[in-house]
Design a protein around this ligand. Structure first.
Ligand SMILES: [Zn+2]
Length: 683
């Protein structure tokens, strides 16, 4: 039973790193980006993906379809500047080839409405921005906000100005505004702007001014429960923003007088002075947003390679739906996933069979709060809770040279050791001979991105998400716009397709790292180290340290640290004994030693169940989709910190909530439960 089925010459690693190719990745990208694959319109690409995976050798591939409702815009969308009945300006609201079925500008799950009023420039629409406007005496009530999007830019993130689109709109609503238009300012792109001499794509690398950044707010349940902003909002192009902002020149204070956060807007080159307004008397901005909820289906493609152990499962997935062509988000991930499936297919053809089961998932509906993976997870909830080892996710596999990873500490060692063995894919000689880990450095942020959010927060499965995105100084990714196209990827994003290939190799190897060894290659000790780090990063310590006592928590983490070290040590020594036992299968086997096989199953169970200990039945802050007490997806933040609820309570000065009532206790309970399980008697 311990024989090596694939024979002495088969090398799984070699197959996984030698199969992916630039040519294949480029072909898959050309297909996925060629026509619409907005959520709800993905049947054709699902069928194509299904056929490909079967052709690659993963014959147990099916399409899992689910009924849902998704909002689609009607052709009543409008952003127009009026003087009386006269239309001074009408925004195009289209930056894609609509004849290929791509959708015009809208935000998924934004409120509908038809409103008119004066308008005011509100910077990024943060709480601080509205406080600054109030402080300056600018009345924003009953006006419309013109706000910069600042979620997907490394420059905005570096300056701590990053804010998720739905939070900007919620803040505007709280301040009394009646609607919002959002646009992408060249500030997002650092020096890579037309003003600095870079020609816009396709002539050059700068972001085209016509680009419109779409996106989603919250989810269908939040929408139906009325928990999302109730004022209409719509994305516009930079061209349209330039027109509207120039009309504010000379009206109201200048943005730079409102504080540091208000510096750095990049439209001076186009004649914008960044006055905040309000807009001159007599002018009225009309916004019409009208999307209707349509009954539709999303189609997940699910491929299965059954392992020798059926009830330990590693899931490898990506989403397929996009706002426009979606070359980076998500076709780079989908193309890499096809290469991963093709690589494992090649291994199967050589007679290989994995120790554990691998499932590949191409999910539809990530851009609408991961509806496709959510429905699939809900359908398989009990089985996932019992059997899932990990979910390995990639949204954007390639679009620059900045490697990022987000994940559960149980998987830190998997991604670090894997990237250590993959050469840096750039041809840049400065990095010759260096690995992806050498350049990346190994920094991992809290879990949760795209579909990984759902695997983590509903059944509490350990997740990992990684990929390559633009670094500072690299061409901006026209994220969620009509310009995230095959041409952009082929000439600017990843012209040699080497980063697609590198992502595919890393993804396959992380999967193999978790699928193959008899004892799971995970570490509980890394969890204890991460806990120390997160406790040290809790915000505004000087404000709460005298009021909130976290000693019980830090003591629990100390105990966890000790128990985890012991458990990992035990797991590693059992793995060695087990491999010795299986290596000598043809010799006499001591029955006692080979009873280790059963110990191995118990050890693996502890690793798998460790993450489940952070499941909080009632849901975080009463949210019935968010059960992981350490990581939480959010309609208001793209990358929440670890322990988000505790962090939020401390930040808000809600000491009672932080200390006792809502959060500390569940978190502590989970840490203690995790302690118990990792300290349990295993032999
Ligand atoms: Zn996206």
């Amino acid at each position: 039973m311990f024989q090596d089925h694939q024979g002495p010459t088969f090398d799984l690693r070699q197959t996984l790193v030698s199969t992916p190719s630039s040519e294949h990745a480029r072909n898959w990208s050309a297909y996925y980006t060629s026509e619409t694959h907005l959520a709800g319109q993905g049947w054709k690409q699902a069928q194509w993906t299904h056929a490909k995976w079967r052709e690659f050798g993963v014959t147990n591939t099916t399409i899992s379809s689910h009924d849902t409702q998704l909002p689609l815009p009607t052709n009543e969308q409008r952003v127009a500047l009026l003087r009386g009945d006269q239309v001074l300006y009408e925004a195009a609201l289209v930056d894609t080839n609509v004849s290929a079925g791509f959708v015009p500008a809208y935000f998924g799950f934004s409120a509908n409405g038809n409103i008119s009023g004066s308008y005011i420039y509100c910077n990024f629409g943060s709480k601080e921005d509205f406080e600054a406007l109030a402080h300056r005496g600018v009345k924003v009530e009953r006006a419309i906000g013109i706000i910069k999007l600042g979620n997907a830019s490394p420059y905005v993130r570096e300056q701590n100005l990053s804010i998720f689109r739905s939070l900007s709109v919620a803040n505007a609503e709280r301040a009394g505004m009646i609607g919002v238009v959002l646009y992408t300012d060249p500030q997002n792109d650092g020096p890579m702007t037309e003003g600095n001499g870079y020609k816009p794509f396709p002539a050059g690398i700068a972001r085209p001014l016509e680009a419109i950044e779409r996106g989603g707010f919250g989810n269908i349940a939040d929408y139906n429960r009325g928990e999302l902003p109730t004022i209409p909002s719509i994305p516009i192009s930079t061209v349209d923003a330039i027109y509207l902002l120039r009309m504010l020149n000379g009206h109201g204070p200048q943005a730079k007088q409102l504080g540091d956060r208000w510096q750095g807007g990049g439209l001076e080159y186009y004649g914008v002075d960044y006055n905040v307004g309000p807009s001159p008397p007599g002018l009225s901005l009309n916004i019409v947003n009208h999307a209707t909820l349509r009954d539709t289906q999303v189609h997940n493609v699910i491929g299965t390679i059954s392992g020798k152990t059926l009830d330990e499962v590693v899931i490898v997935g990506n989403h397929r739906d996009a706002w426009g062509p979606g070359a980076a988000d998500p076709a780079s991930g989908s193309a890499a996933l096809n290469e991963v499936v093709r690589s494992f297919g090649a291994a199967l053809q050589q007679g290989w069979r994995p120790e554990r089961t691998i499932i590949f998932g191409s999910f539809e509906g990530e851009e609408f709060a991961q509806i496709g993976s959510l429905l699939w997870i809900t359908q398989h909830f009990d089985w996932l809770r019992a059997s899932a080892v990990a979910y390995l996710n990639v949204v954007v596999a390639a679009s620059g040279t900045h490697f990022h990873a987000k994940g559960s500490p149980l998987l830190y060692s998997a991604i670090r050791s894997t990237t250590d063995g993959i050469p840096w894919p750039d041809r840049n000689q400065t990095f010759a001979g260096q690995s992806v880990l050498d350049i990346w450095g190994g920094e991992i942020t809290p879990a949760g991105s795209g579909d990984a959010n759902r695997f983590m927060s509903i059944p509490c499965v350990s997740t990992l998400d990684f990929g390559f995105s633009p670094a500072l100084g690299e061409p901006p990714l026209p994220y969620h716009t009509g310009f995230d196209s095959f041409e952009w990827m082929d000439t600017i994003g990843d012209p040699e397709w080497r980063f697609h290939v590198a992502s595919a190799k890393i993804w396959s190897l992380v999967a193999a790292h978790l699928v193959e060894p008899a004892v799971l290659n995970m570490s509980v000790a890394d969890y204890a180290v991460a806990f120390h780090k997160w406790l040290g990063e809790l915000p505004d310590r000087s404000l709460w340290s005298s009021r909130v006592n976290l000693t019980v928590m830090t003591d629990a983490v100390e105990r966890l640290s000790r128990a985890a070290g012991r458990f990992d040590g035990f797991a590693r020594s059992s793995a060695e004994e087990y491999s010795e036992c299986t290596r000598s299968w043809w010799k006499f086997i001591s029955p006692i030693k080979c009873r280790r096989r059963f110990a191995v199953r118990d050890i693996n169970k502890v690793y798998m169940e460790f993450e489940r200990q952070f499941y909080y039945e009632r849901g975080l802050d009463g949210h019935n989709d968010h059960h992981h007490v350490l990581f939480s997806p959010s309609a208001w933040h793209n990358s929440p910190p670890a322990m988000p609820s505790l962090s939020k309570s401390l930040k808000a000065g809600d000491w009672k909530n932080a200390q006792v009532r809502n959060f500390s206790q569940p978190l502590l309970h989970c840490v203690n439960a995790a302690n118990w399980s990792s300290d349990g008697e295993i032999s």
